[in-house]
Design a protein around this ligand. Sequence first.
Ligand code: SDX
Length: 457
Amino acid sequence: MRTSGEGCTFHTYISGHFNNPYPRAAMSEKAQIILNGKTYEFPVVTGSEGEKAIDIGKLRDETGYITLDFGYKNTGATTSAITFLDGEEGILHYRGYPIEQLAEKASFIEVAYLLLFGELPNKKQLEEFEGNIRYHSLVHEDMKRFFEHFPSNAHPMGILSAMVNSLSTFYPKSQDPHRPQALVLRTIYRLIAKMPTLAAISYKNNLGHPYMYPVNKLGYVENFLHMMFALPTEEYEVDPVVADALNKLLILHADHEQNCSTSTVRIVGSSQANLYSAVSAGIAALWGPLHGGANQEVIEMLETIRNDGGDIQKWVDKAKDKNDPFRLFGFGHRVYKNFDPRAKIMQKTCHEVLGELGITDEPLLDLAMALERIALEDDYFVSRKLYPNVDFYSGIILKAMGIPTSMFTVIFAVARTVGWVSQWKEMVEDPSQRIGRPRQIYTGPSQRDYVDVARRG
Ligand code: SDX
């Protein structure tokens, strides 16, 4: 199928492989680089939303030069048909569907199917997919012994990363990403199904409470809440307000193109390491305070400001001070130079959830909104296009839902597992995929000879 834009012909990705190395992008224009008086031409790749990239795949072979791009701010690692975001306009689409519509109308499991297979499921497909996920919600009984040996104050993200990696020891057949499709999908279903179970056990481990088994008559979100909060000694009713809020939060956090943790999963997977180990590495990357760990940092930052007397301007000034290591967590983004659309939805959800839970006085929300207002009027933030990101309000919602701060990034990981496995699946199915191995520019000492220790002075 071909659709035409302004004078460009877009090849849309159906199946199989066009002669174009980027099955989902068009290559019509050329870029010229002049080095030492010689002109080199490189193809320009145009995405389905008009994004453009210079394909430098032959740069070193033809010129002897490489590019250097700290933090990969200007470098695309792949083409992808999963998530589109426009940082200048504050747009986020999953497989073409606006995040606002999915957050409002879809279930997280529907969005998981969409990210994995590219289309929203019909009724039969959804029932079959949910059945596959439910079937794998239990973890091997032997895994409980691992949990018993973590320190009671172990951070749940450290437990989760270790436990997910240990799944690879229980399913050795899953080691080869190119095994028949059924095995690859079974590994993907296992990860999506077991993440809430492992997350809930990590939480119970922290509390010293007995683990709750999944109850498969419940939906995915309700089952997760039940495993987190139910006790064997009493009936537990899932609060529909909390379930709806968690469903929305999981959708908003499901995927975000080539962020730090997803790039980690892709690069680990590119060596053909098994998917459990790749996702375990993704959890480790997400834990960082500059990435998914920011949602925990935001709440701790707001509590610090509140305990310090609530002098917001003092902390905004600290965030601006180059000599002060303090940064405003939940603010700024590598790609969004406008409002993160997820932050807008999150702020609205904050008010809805607090209202429906009858929480009329949440000082941290008042503080967050005052902080946002002051920062967005300050030239330091405005000139650097620093806006609230997905993490700025999420912690306030999670706190209102009764989820402890130490579990905030775990919730993010449960959601992002769907994005990680979808991006990994797209990578292993791409015939042009190869092992990730960036180059460098060496700046160390030139060759020199070994000197015996006795003569080193
Ligand atoms: C997530 O990539 C993704 O898609 C991630 C994510 C996803 O869904 O996967 O969206 C999830 O990780 C959101 C981000 C959560 N992190 C935080 O909230 C931590 C606080 N934010 C910053 O650390 C920072 O904004 C980053 C890490 C998010 C982005 O870093 P960049 O792109 O490397 O930007 P930078 O550090 O080069 O900042 C540019 C300028 C610098 O000032 P100058 O050198 O130009 O003078 O802005 C300043 C920075 O000092 N700056 C901040 C700031 N963020 C950037 N100053 C104060 N407070 C901040 N939060």
